[in-house]
Design a protein. Structure first.
Lengths: 276, 310
């Protein structure tokens, strides 16, 4: 595949750059819009002549982004930790003990994966109101844990079956360790690669979640970034410069994490797709 | 001879009883998955089943009382022209995004499978939108397509043309939604195809070169068949994602004008929260679950069969 002529290589490089440029367009527009003062009607394609940070401070305060950042971080961190803790444990039992009961339970998790979560919206909303969890971090955490649990178990179980040797656990058992002890001291450390994949996939989705957050986190004190941003857009749809500044700030943390940990994001997906 | 035929039977009896003994001795370790089962049942299985029950009522979403009205909501749904508009849009979002994402994703992967200097930079930029919230990505494209002050209309103005209201035009805006969804997630398709391409042994291509195969023949007879597992994953992932589309629509058109660009998800949301029509919203939810289940299963079975043939 690499015996390209010099001209062909230049041509393909040019094509790749053109595609890159095309994919950068919306981000370029986002940046120019966010930097221009409200009421500046020059073309969105023209780079602003003066930098002003006013939009950012104004949007930060008005959209209550500081608060939204904290809420989003709390929900994402707790949900990811619970997912990894309970998900890996469940997958271990289901992968190692193939009793009849466990086969049914595993089938339940796989079956749940095909239920589109939003179709359960109406009764779920009622349930959340009934148990008094409306507008709490807890409901968002539990909801996200439930939504990603089947995939988490599926990924962990596949990894345990294919890569963790049983002999290790048996040796530890002979030494008198309890099941839980064996799991957390011997098995869990070996699950690192798949834990990284689960952590990345679930964190990105939970951090970006809008369709559940909008139902259950309407009070401004518990709003996540997406909910705060949607509300802010509703109030300022004629002041796009402010909305752009807010959108830029809201997406920056994930972009930074991605740029630093890119390898894990892309390798995890690639490995998962080849195996799956 | 007799003994020979008997022998396997004996061992199979033995293993059977050994298996039985082991499964009795071996506990299920059910307490290890109990928390996960509870949370999934409470937040997914129970609401899903309860939704089917509510679809047979006239509940408004907040009253304590409601009546069971049999199949009335279902009759209403099938007679409602909005249902078919919304189903049509949902299919367009699902199938349209799937086709575009796979063509573009495969094209990008083929390009980046070459050893170019700009490879990792291009890959990063194409993948970047995947990690941004679909809602925010919708807003970012809103700045491009907006009627007032959008970047697209700035180009039109530059050439002395009238600005267009693309997002307000029901003939165009569903396609813009498909485009934005594709733009956001094409990176996933690209990475999966790249991984698939890299797992194809170079020997096949070398053998084909010796036989004097053309580039197209190699693509059709080697690349595509060996890429079938990646194609299956992408098709199924993209179609499920497209059929469930919600955030991007909220950001770009909010389902409008009227219900023109509404998907089943956004339609359901409006029925429940804006029109207090919970029973009907639940009925639409049942239809949506059936459509997504049938289409994703059909896609899975179809492409899995292709994999076997290939």
């Amino acid at each position: 595949m690499d015996q390209l002529s010099k001209q062909a290589k230049w041509l393909l490089t040019g094509l790749a750059l053109l595609i890159t440029l095309f994919h950068l367009v919306p981000f370029y527009i986002l940046i120019t819009t966010s930097l221009k003062k409200v009421g500046d009607f020059t073309s969105k394609w023209a780079f602003p002549t003066s930098f002003n940070t006013e939009n950012f401070t104004l949007a930060w305060e008005q959209a209550n982004l500081g608060n939204a950042f904290i809420n989003t971080a709390i929900i994402t961190i707790f949900a990811a930790v619970l997912l990894i803790f309970f998900g890996s444990m469940a997958a271990y039992a289901l992968a190692r003990r193939t009793t009849k009961l466990n086969k049914y339970v595993y089938m339940l998790f796989v079956g749940v994966m095909v239920i589109p979560p939003l179709t359960a919206l109406v009764p779920l909303y009622r349930l959340v109101v009934d148990i008094g969890l409306m507008n709490t971090h807890l409901v968002a955490i539990l909801n996200n844990v439930a939504a990603f649990m089947p995939l988490t178990i599926f990924l962990y179980a596949g990894f345990i079956r294919s890569t963790i040797p049983k002999e290790l656990e048996e040796a530890a058992k002979i030494d008198g360790a309890s099941t839980l002890g064996v799991f957390f001291r011997v098995v869990f450390p070996l699950l690192k690669p798949i834990t990284a994949t689960v952590l990345i996939i679930s964190s990105v989705y939970i951090w970006n979640d809008y369709q559940f957050a909008i139902f259950f986190l309407q009070d401004s004190s518990v709003q996540t970034l997406t909910v705060a941003l949607a509300g802010f857009f509703g109030q300022n749809s004629s002041q796009l410069n402010l909305v752009a500044a807010a959108a830029l700030m809201a997406s920056l943390p994930m972009v930074i994490v991605f740029l630093f940990l890119q390898r894990f994001f892309i390798e995890g997906l690639a490995a998962g797709s080849v195996k799956g | 001879m007799a003994e020979l035929t008997k022998a396997p039977e004996k061992t199979s009896m033995k293993t059977k009883s050994a298996k039985w003994k082991r499964s009795r001795r071996e506990s299920s370790l059910w307490w290890m998955y109990l928390p996960s089962v509870l949370i999934v049942v409470l937040f997914i299985v129970y609401p899903f089943l309860d939704g089917i029950r509510i679809s047979f009522t006239n509940w408004n979403g907040f009253s304590q009382t409601y009546d069971y009205i049999g199949l009335d909501q279902y009759k209403r749904m099938f007679a409602d022209p909005d249902t078919w508009l919304v189903v049509k849009n949902t299919l367009l979002y699902g199938i349209g995004s799937t086709i575009l994402q796979n063509i573009a994703g495969l094209g990008y992967a083929l390009l980046l499978n070459h050893n170019l200097k700009v490879r990792s930079f291009t890959r990063t930029i194409i993948y970047l939108p995947v990690i941004i919230s679909p809602l925010i990505m919708g807003y970012i494209w809103y700045f491009f397509f907006a009627f007032q002050g959008g970047a697209l209309n700035d180009i039109f103005l530059l050439f002395g043309k009238e600005p267009i209201n693309a997002l307000g035009n029901p003939a165009v805006n569903p396609y813009i939604i498909v485009f934005v969804n594709t733009f956001q997630f094409v990176g996933i398709a690209m990475i999966i195809y790249l991984a698939g391409l890299q797992s194809i042994s170079k020997d096949y291509y070398e053998a084909a070169n010796i036989d004097g195969a053309t580039g197209w023949q190699k693509f059709k007879n080697i690349t595509i068949p060996l890429l079938m597992p990646s194609i299956t994953i992408n098709m199924v992932l993209n179609i499920i994602g497209g059929l469930k589309l919600f955030d991007v629509i909220v950001a770009l058109t909010n389902g409008g004008p009227g219900n023109a660009s509404q998907s089943m998800s956004t339609f359901m949301y409006n029925l429940y929260f804006s029109r207090q029509d919970a029973g009907y919203a639940a009925t639409q939810g049942v239809l949506m679950a059936i459509i997504i289940l049938v289409i994703s299963m059909a896609a899975l079975v179809y492409f899995k069969r292709k994999e076997v043939e290939a």
